[in-house]
Design a protein around this ligand. Structure first.
Ligand code: NZQ
Ligand code: ZN
Length: 386
């Protein structure tokens, strides 16, 4: 296991009805700005619950943060915050609203072009913020990363800073009741792939991290279909909510190599085509694993045995065990209703070349735990994903 330091300061408040605990977690006397998306919270009762819990505070609202939050919209929120002297932010939404809020929290204090924060500039200060998660998927509610889209240049880039961990996140599984099947399925796939990006690399004798990762993958497999098909099943929803938070809160990444290749290619696919985040991942993941199956052999065999129960006893040939495990995962995504080929979404050919060119220009030359994903290999992987 590699050396590591681990600190995650986000307080989690889990359970049905916990939005009523909001006020005990926001400093008294704060001027609060509540941020939300396209309005789903106004149809499912969450908006009213939040307003009621904030009644003791002076608070303002900023709605309209898009899925794949747009830099241009976030700049408007920053202007509003500066004008109104807001000092606490409350994100009420999925990954997009939470990510947008993280960016706003840091960019409000950043001198200079705020887009620099998505190109590696260091945040100097951030406004404190809490979240009420409405869509289990990204893990953004308990991590310090955000992914921001810039419409004018069709870019989608990552911003991260230890200053933007939420101070608290309320995880009420009943908020999932109003989620459409597409968002449910997307969330399960996204969380599943987050785990694999921290697990399917090479072994470093990190037994705890491996077992945690396998436990999360099995939980997502065992509860995924129930959660998508039976919205009223709160046991399944609770398990999916907690599994997706733990999938990307830093815990399973400590001391192990990581491969964010699927995500980096996926972000480009969303930037170029608008395809949902999880759907880009579902198309790239099977092809990326196949392309790197020699390099990832030991962990892929462990994945086959411990997650899919494919062992020497059921299949003697290790190569076949690996391709069977990848095929089972592909099938699992499809069983949730997420298609796994770019052609299923009607996307035109040529995306591989465009992404390779973008990576080359940006200096993204060696993705993956061993740096093997060159722009050329990324191009091949995308082109095999049609
Ligand atoms: O905008 P509203 O009206 O709220 O509707 C949203 C949106 O249309 C809707 N929704 C959310 N909660 C709902 C609901 N509809 C009904 N009932 C509810 N309870 O769902 C739609 C999608 O929301 P969005 O927030 O975009 O989805 P998700 O949580 O999947 O977030 C995706 C974004 O997160 C980024 C992605 O790249 C993408 O931009 N990611 C962030 C990560 C992070 N910060 O760590 C990691 C991820 O890998 C990912 O890249
Ligand atoms: Zn993701």
């Amino acid at each position: 296991m590699h050396h590591f330091q681990f600190q995650n300061p986000t307080k989690i408040i889990f359970g049905a009805g916990q939005i009523s605990n909001l006020s005990s977690n926001i400093p008294q006397g704060s001027k609060v700005l509540m941020l939300y998306g396209g309005g789903s919270i106004k149809h499912n009762g969450i908006y009213e619950q939040v307003k009621k819990s904030l009644s003791a505070y002076e608070f303002l609202e900023f709605g309209g943060i898009e899925p794949n939050p747009r830099y241009e919209t976030l700049l408007k929120a920053i202007e509003y915050i500066r004008k109104e002297n807001v000092d606490f932010l409350l994100a009420v939404g999925g990954g997009s609203v939470i990510d947008g809020t993280k960016f706003i929290a840091a960019a409000t204090y950043y001198q200079g072009d705020a887009w620099d924060l998505c190109n590696g500039a260091k945040a100097i200060k951030a406004m404190p913020f809490g979240t009420i998660l409405t869509l289990p998927a990204t893990g953004s509610e308990m991590n310090c990363g955000a992914v921001i889209s810039r419409e004018s240049s069709h870019e989608k880039l990552v911003f991260s800073s230890p200053l933007v961990y939420p101070t608290f996140s309320i995880l009420d599984p009943t908020v999932t009741l109003s989620l459409p099947p597409r968002q449910r399925a997307n969330g399960v796939v996204d969380a599943f792939i987050h785990v694999t990006e921290q697990y399917l690399t090479y072994p470093v004798d990190a037994a705890v991290q491996d077992r945690f990762a396998e436990g999360l993958l099995l939980t997502l497999i065992e509860n995924g279909k129930i959660y998508v098909n039976e919205p009223e099943n709160m046991e399944a929803a609770s398990n999916i909510v907690w599994a997706s938070t733990l999938a990307l809160n830093g815990l399973i990444a400590v001391g192990v190599p990581e491969d964010w290749g699927t995500h980096m290619i996926g972000h480009e696919l969303t930037a170029l085509t608008g395809l949902d985040h999880a759907r880009t991942l579902a198309t790239v993941w099977p092809r990326l694993q196949m392309a790197l199956k020699e390099s990832k052999k030991e962990k892929l065999l462990q994945f086959a045995a411990r997650v899919w129960n494919i062992t020497e006893k059921t299949e003697a040939d290790p190569n076949l065990r690996i391709s069977q495990a990848i095929a089972n995962t592909d099938q699992f995504f499809q069983s949730l209703g997420v298609k796994t080929h770019l052609s299923d979404y009607g996307l035109a050919l040529g995306l591989g070349e465009q992404i390779a060119e973008r990576f080359s220009k940006r200096g993204v030359l060696n993705l993956g735990e061993k740096g093997e994903i060159t722009p050329n290999l990324a191009c091949q992987i995308v082109n095999q994903s049609y």
